[in-house]
Design a protein around this ligand. Structure first.
Ligand code: NAD
Ligand code: SER
Length: 318
């Protein structure tokens, strides 16, 4: 087992709950401390309730567990952020400052997730390059651009070993999404497996970059474990998995459920999606630390349906 002592902040969320389980397998259960402001229903023995905006509480926790690595996942995502812009800015920025300061003081290695939301309408829509104009239209995107730059600043000025990925929309069967623009791509599978019709809040041809949870977790751990000299970008790396639109994911699901019905009722999230890339050029991540996605749309559909069927069956029989 590896030696790090890892704190996951936002461990009760869509990514954090899955990352916690994978890191526990790889590093040992007693090396991983999940924390969140919300206490999960099934509480891990080492779980700590933490409001990351409380820097004293954060410091106490880091000292108590001799933390050497932090995955800082707590944030307010794009759609929820547009409903509460000042709250989103407060949580996203001040949590990062608290974590960066501690990382500086205690030489803690840090993971900061950024997003495709850093791009706006001025960036090329297809194969958006690593270095494109960053003119986001959401408070979430603005906070991620600022966050990326603060990460680079703490690295350059104070030597903080902070690493970051611009995640595409993440899709997994294990957990539910927490208020983003890409949430439809998880909800649609749940509807299909439950035998329900689905109404998409994005229009049928709006194509976005997406990634399967397994690939997202693989990338997250890979960038954290890569040798220092391979990490040449200290803002955030572009990352690509796959790209599809609501109609394409519906067609992929209809290969398993031919009668599955999808309708389209775009809401305010459509404008957010329209401002984002359709596909991402991740050649820097590939060249620097060997990233390569392995799951495409149809593979993801088969795996999502297989696992959600088991999940719903076990709920019914429980
Ligand atoms: P999520 O909303 O599912 O989870 C975030 C967690 O943070 C929640 O459990 C929430 O309770 C917790 N949290 C919120 N405020 C907190 C606070 N003050 N103190 C402690 N915990 C707090 O989000 P997610 O989808 O798991 O995303 C994790 C990270 O990855 C975020 O930074 C997000 O911006 C980024 N990201 C996610 C996606 C995606 O598609 N899920 C895509 C791009 C980037
Ligand atoms: N999936 C995220 C969102 O929709 C992208 O960062 O907000």
């Amino acid at each position: 087992m590896k030696k790090e002592k890892i704190l996951i902040i936002g461990a009760n969320g869509q990514i954090g709950s899955v990352l916690t389980d994978v890191l526990k397998l790889q590093y040992g259960s007693d090396h991983v401390i999940p924390s969140d402001i919300r206490v999960p229903e099934k509480k891990d023995q080492l779980f700590e309730r933490l409001d990351v905006l409380d820097k004293n509480q954060l410091a106490t926790l880091v000292n108590k567990h001799n933390i050497t690595q932090i995955y800082h996942l707590a944030a307010i995502l794009s759609a929820k952020g547009e409903l509460h812009p000042q709250w989103a800015w407060d949580v996203n920025m001040n949590s990062l400052f608290n974590v960066l300061e501690l990382a500086k003081e205690k030489s803690i290695q840090l993971f900061f997730p950024s997003s495709i939301a850093v791009f706006g309408k001025e960036a090329p829509k297809n194969q958006t390059p690593q270095y494109a104009p960053l003119t986001p239209t959401t408070v979430y995107g603005i906070s991620k651009v600022a966050g990326e730059n603060w990460c680079q600043y703490y690295h350059d000025k104070y030597g903080v070993d902070v690493r970051s990925i611009r995640y595409p929309g993440i899709i997994g069967y294990q957990s539910l999404p927490g208020g983003g623009t890409t949430d439809y791509a998880v909800e649609i599978y749940h509807a299909a497996v439950k035998g329900e019709a689905y109404t998409s809040f994005l229009s049928e041809n709006t194509t976005l970059p997406m990634i399967y949870m397994d690939d997202a977790i693989k990338a997250t751990i890979a960038i954290m474990e890569a040798p220092q000299e391979q990490i040449k970008i200290r803002t955030s790396y572009n990352l690509s998995g796959m790209s599809f639109s609501p109609i394409e994911i519906a067609q992929s699901i209809q290969q398993h459920y031919p009668d599955f019905k999808v309708s389209y009722a775009p809401d305010f999230r459509e404008a957010i999606a329209q401002s984002w890339p359709s596909s991402i050029d991740d050649s820097a991540a590939r060249a620097d630390w060997g990233w390569k996605a392995s799951v495409d749309l149809n593979m993801m559909t088969s795996d999502m349906i297989k696992n959600l069927k088991m999940k719903y069956l076990s709920t019914v029989s429980a």
